[in-house]
Design a protein around this ligand. Sequence first.
Ligand SMILES: *Cc1c(COP(=O)(O)O)cnc(C)c1O
Length: 419
Amino acid sequence: MALEFTDRENELRKHSLQRADELKKHIEPYLEKSKNIKTGFNQADFYETQKQQILRYFNATQENWEDWHWQIKHRISDVDTLSSIFALTEEQKQEILKVGETYRWAVSPYYLSLMDFSDSNDPIILQGLPNIAELQDEEGEEDPMGEAYTSPAPCITRRYPDRLIINVTNICGMYCRHCQRRRNIGETDVHRKKEDLQAALDYIRANPEIRDVLVTGGDALFLSDNTLDWLLGEIHNIPHVEIKRIGTRAPVTLPMRVTDNLIKILAKYPPIYLNTQFNHPKEVTPEAKKAADRLVSAGVILGNQAVLLKGVNNDPDVMKKLNHELLKIRVRPYYIFHAKNVKGTRHFIPSIQEGLAIMEQLRGYTSGLAIPSYIINAPKGGGKTPILPQYLVSLDNEKAVLRTWEGKVVHYDNHTESE
Ligand SMILES: *Cc1c(COP(=O)(O)O)cnc(C)c1O
């Protein structure tokens, strides 16, 4: 039997189809551009070739590759090794050598395998290898967040009423060129002393309003399994601490750190929220997905804190693609940070207008789940401050004037008590 529609129904359907066509047009420009955006999944064959090249150089095996201790031990941190694996120009070598005298660098073999030396704007190289611009920065500050002034106990940064950070190590799988704690990276790897960690725990125990403890670094997951097990256990046993959080770039720079043993440890201390830092869709690789899958299987809730970096991701389409790739591996975009005024990293700072343009191209155009908050850290530890495109045009006791994601201006009744 053929379906019968009333005239009214037919009219509504026609209207809806027109609207659907309009919506389709909104997404077409992105779909066209998105085809050319590189991702960790569409680059997987290339990464594999590079990995084989690195393994040959170290005379190592797949088993070595998957061993995070091997990865840490074989971090590449000198030009000779780097240029023996991948051909560098003389200019590139001199640049890395010169900057390396002032700022330490090291990349895991894994992160190196993502670098494309045929692309002079490769977002992975920009984040991982020294750039001469680092030395041409006279104005940046060592500690723009004033962390040195907000440390009531060893290892602790406290800037908010109910939560704080414990800084447990300066070790990382890779020393990001845009690092905001560059001053702590120094020249050698140091975990914080156990007495310092004890003192930090004592501070938390003595302050019952602290309900949220964020373990970070450096990279919190570069503590040994034993130390992490002990530290998370101690925090877990403080009755007023409701949630634990971990700050780590391991899923991005060294995903093999997420071992079965680590998962067993994390699963013991729920709830754990882990925020990582993917900055470009090229970083969302099959290995990163494997790490995310394991963390999720341990009940860990995953989030992403991207940093908005000039040349890496200051492009609405790249940022949208990044957030889509992240949701596919169950990592929820949480923040986009405006890059800070840190000495030696200021060549990465985009304009605030660029950040706003990105936010504008997310709301409405994609899932709310793919929309992080855009944050500027107020100077001197003033705190995270959200920045949004203006959707509230005006507001008084009778009405609000709103601008929708498509730019339509609409009036909306406001129900305040009338005088
Ligand atoms: C970023 C940060 C936190 C966590 O902030 P949320 O907005 O809750 O994610 C806590 N303490 C310090 C010192 C921080 O810098």
